[in-house]
Write a protein that binds this ligand. Structure first.
Ligand SMILES: Nc1ncnc2c1ncn2[C@@H]1O[C@H](COP(=O)(O)OP(=O)(O)OP(=O)(O)O)[C@@H](O)[C@H]1O
Length: 290
């Protein structure tokens, strides 16, 4: 089944900030540690002394070797787990309050779509759970399907879609409540290379249109560079932030396929690679150069 091309439609921007939000970070992580303890097992320090600020509308990627704590950090921000030390806020609220207020949408490597619901019904699920009426849900899912280029697939079921199309549906669902923040854990990790690049271009456009900030976990250096304003390079055991690199490319909203051939793009890829390989000149487990 061919994928419909994305059409530009006006879509409500991410939940508008109130005047009191001026200057409040999308995500503020201060001195965060995470230690996992289990009975009769040595404790694992997954994160140590993490400080990170993500501005509203900013796209930040987390990259680092396998097991360096990228997913753990994302899970702490999403309130799926709690830090052992330090503090963490989302738009000035505790992670828990931000979750209750639906300040963020989440997309993971597996799309997590419900196979028995149509595409539209999957996108409408969070709205349904929060009491939005049927007309409001239909209007919003139609807007989002147009945004992700799947306007003709509202009544299809997930297993009738390609992997890339399913991930677009998952992104649409994550955007359903106009969150000001998207948390994404390798959302394109299971896709083939061509689809993955197309999805990256789509994501740049979508976040440009919605104005949402993004924290994005990836194993791919080019993916991190293409998408991000800043790339957070992490080191393993215990997971720490080794460096934070500002990407010196056009603003994320102005990035397109041509950028991948640009010398400046390769320079940024090299800078990230050098930071990652700082202590290990050859390949690092869990980081892709492609
Ligand atoms: N629930 C848990 N209980 C015990 N240890 C855990 C738990 N979750 C994660 N860990 C450990 O914390 C460390 C960080 O894991 P995490 O999944 O955050 O790394 P990651 O950088 O996302 O890895 P990958 O790139 O392979 O997905 C690892 O050593 C992992 O084994």
């Amino acid at each position: 089944m061919s994928e419909a091309s994305a059409s530009a439609v006006p879509v409500p921007t991410a939940g508008s900030a109130s005047p009191t939000d001026a200057g409040v970070a999308a995500v503020q992580v201060t001195g965060v540690d995470k230690v996992f303890t289990a009975k009769r097992k040595a404790s694992v320090t997954a994160l140590e002394n993490i400080d990170l600020t993500v501005a509203p509308g900013e796209f930040v990627s987390l990259i680092g070797p396998s097991g360096c704590g990228k997913s753990t950090l994302l899970r702490l921000i999403a309130d799926l787990d709690t830090p052992s030390a330090g503090s963490l806020t989302v738009f000035g609220k505790t992670a828990r309050q931000a979750r209750i207020d639906q300040e963020y949408g989440i997309a993971f490597q597996q799309s997590g779509l419900l196979p028995w619901r149509t595409v539209a019904a999957n996108i409408e699920l969070p709205l349904e759970l929060h009491g939005v009426n049927s007309a409001g849900r239909k209007k919003r899912s139609a807007e989002l399907l147009a945004l992700v280029g799947l306007g003709d697939f509202a009544e299809s079921y997930p297993d009738q879609l390609s992997g890339g199309m399913q991930q677009r549906v998952a992104i649409a669902r994550a955007l359903a409540e106009s969150p000001r923040l998207l948390l994404m854990d390798e959302p394109f990790g299971a896709l083939d290379e061509m689809t993955r690049e197309r999805m990256q271009t789509e994501l740049v456009r979508i976040t440009g249109e919605t104005g949402a900030a993004v924290v994005f976990v990836t194993h791919s250096i080019p993916e991190a560079v293409f998408l991000s304003n800043r790339v957070v390079v992490m080191s393993p055991r215990p997971g720490r932030i080794r460096d934070i690199l500002s990407i010196t490319l056009p603003g994320t909203a102005d990035r397109d396929e041509h950028l991948r051939e640009d010398e400046a793009f390769f320079e940024n890829v090299s800078r990230v690679r050098e930071l990652l390989h700082g202590e290990a000149p050859v390949g690092i487990k869990g980081v892709e150069n492609r």
